[in-house]
Each structure stands twice: as structure tokens, then as C-alpha cells.
Design a protein around this ligand. Structure first.
Ligand SMILES: Nc1ncnc2c1ncn2[C@@H]1O[C@H](COP(=O)(O)OP(=O)(O)OP(=O)(O)O)[C@@H](O)[C@H]1O
Length: 266
């Protein structure tokens, strides 16, 4: 009986908060192949939706991969959820508390959506009796409840990406890292996804890399602009817009702010 009244409590509500920032980096340097693609990043991120913007090759994916503990830094410091990623410590505990949607994520085409999200829930060590409910909630939140029992290979690219978002949120992560989550989503889904981001940002640190300036304007509380491996601006979308003037290139105030800050490098 007791089980009936137990609700899935977001990890952020129960984990002791022993850190001031979900992400803290100082002078962070990360290599991608032979290149130092993140080259001296200072960053502090708390709860909210942080839009990671920047031109192709700026280092956004490399930064996200480092925060997801996939790439080890080669210099500087980085702490995620209060845990340093620079040492030789065991990263499993911190990995359980984050959600990550890679740009090109691998999935098992023969799995159904539910099986895929369930599998990721098990890997994140979501307690057994909570798995089914957590999976159903994640699938509903991305609007895939009616396709939950279809195999991934039968879904469109945008639907597969939504399944990817579902696996990233299934463990109610304290830090959610989404690398171009809106790529391939139709306009209706993009609007729904922005609403979901808003909701998640109230008690989670969400980092979203995107090329879509409209996503940033509509869904992000904060913009981090990256160029040539460094953070060149951090502020609200309105502050980014204020950087632009009538002579800057762009179709919207935010685009003009973006081009003003990047000069010719975009
Ligand atoms: N495996 C790799 N080997 C060599 N160079 C790499 C590798 N991965 C990335 N790079 C280089 O590192 C730099 C940063 O790449 P990264 O993918 O982080 O940029 P990005 O900002 O995410 O770009 P995009 O907007 O195109 O996705 C680029 O110059 C890229 O060519």
C-alpha cells in the first residue's frame, strides 16, 4: 500500500546540496582529438536553462562532453554537482545524477522507445520499483506516449531525438546536458520542447547547445556564447540583444547581439 503513495522525487530535492553551482569551471582546457577545443573556459552555472551558442567548431560539443565526464580535461579545474572531474576519482556517482543527450547518440534500433528509456534508467541505477513510472513519465513529457511500444527503427528522426531526450531526463537529473536537442524537431514539437525546458529549469541546471537563436530567446534564462574555445559572453537573452545595434547583421535583436559580439567570426 505504501508504494502507492510514494511519488518519484526529483534527485535535486533529496540530494544534499553541498555545492554553490551545479557547474563550476576555471581555466578549463579540453582536447578534442589533437586540438585544444576548449581553451580557458571560466563558467558558473546554477539552476535554469543555459543556452550554449556559438559558431560551428567553437567548442560547444567538447565542453558538453567534458561536463558529461566523457572527456577528461587537460588543464584548469571543473566541478560538476560538487565533484571535481579533474582527479582520478570514481565518476559513477556523479554520472548517475546527470542526464546527457549527445549530438549523435547511439541507440538500439530493435528496442522499443520504452525498452530504450528503461535500459537507460537501469544504467542510471533508478531504484527498481520506480523504473516503470519514471519511464512512463519521461516518455509522456516528450510526447511519445502513443509510440512508446514502437521500435526505434520505425520512428522518424525527430521522434528518435525525443526518445533521446526522454532517456536524458528519466533519472530526474540535477544537471541536464542537451547537445542540439531541437535538431530535426518540427515547429510544434519545438514549442512543446521549450515548455518542457522551462519546467525543467525551475529545479535543474539545464545546458542546451543550439544553433537556433529563437530557441534561446524563447526558452533560456541565460546565454553562454562560446567562440574559439572560450566564453565570450554570459548573460540574459535581453542582455545579449542589447549588445547589438541597427548596423549589426541579423534578423532579430538577439541575432544582432550575437553578430556584434562575434565580429566577423560567425
Ligand atoms: N575527434 C576530433 N578530432 C579532431 N578535432 C576535433 C575532434 N572533435 C572536434 N574537433 C575539433 O574541435 C573543435 C571544436 O569542435 P566542437 O564539436 O566542440 O565544436 P561545436 O561548437 O560543437 O561545433 P558545431 O556547432 O559544429 O557542432 C573544432 O575545430 C573541431 O574540428
Amino acid at each position: 500500500m505504501e508504494e502507492d503513495i510514494v511519488r518519484a522525487v526529483p534527485a535535486a530535492e533529496v540530494a544534499p546540496t553541498k555545492y554553490a553551482w551545479q557547474v563550476r569551471a576555471e581555466g578549463l582546457r579540453v582536447r578534442a582529438g589533437r586540438r585544444v577545443a576548449v581553451d580557458g573556459v571560466d563558467l558558473r552555472l546554477g539552476c535554469g536553462v543555459h543556452g550554449l551558442l556559438g559558431p560551428n567548431g567553437a567548442g560547444k560539443t567538447t565542453l558538453i562532453r567534458c561536463l558529461a565526464s566523457v572527456l577528461r580535461p587537460v588543464g584548469g579545474e571543473v566541478e560538476v554537482l560538487g565533484e571535481p572531474l579533474t582527479g582520478r576519482g570514481d565518476l559513477r556517482a556523479v554520472r548517475r545524477r546527470l542526464g546527457y543527450l549527445p549530438q549523435d547518440f547511439g541507440h538500439y534500433k530493435r528496442f522499443t522507445v520504452r525498452e530504450f528509456v528503461e535500459y537507460m534508467a537501469w544504467l542510471k541505477e533508478v531504484p527498481g520499483r520506480e523504473v516503470a513510472g519514471a519511464v512512463q513519465r519521461a516518455v509522456e513529457r516528450v510526447g511519445l506516449a502513443d509510440r512508446a511500444d514502437d521500435r526505434l527503427r520505425s520512428l522518424s528522426g525527430g521522434m528518435v531525438r525525443r526518445a533521446g531526450i526522454a532517456q536524458a531526463i528519466v533519472n530526474d537529473p540535477e544537471l541536464l546536458l542537451l547537445d542540439e536537442p531541437t535538431a530535426g524537431l518540427d515547429p510544434g514539437q519545438r514549442v512543446r520542447f521549450r515548455e518542457l525546458l522551462h519546467e525543467l529549469g525551475t529545479d535543474t541546471c539545464v545546458v542546451v547547445s543550439t544553433h537556433l537563436v529563437e530557441d534561446v530567446a524563447a526558452a533560456c534564462s541565460d546565454v553562454v556564447l562560446v567562440a574559439a574555445g572560450r566564453v565570450v559572453f554570459q548573460g540574459t537573452p535581453a542582455e545579449l540583444a542589447a549588445e547589438g545595434g541597427p548596423d549589426d547583421v541579423g534578423d532579430s535583436p538577439i541575432e544582432r547581439g550575437y553578430s556584434a559580439l562575434l565580429g566577423g567570426a560567425w
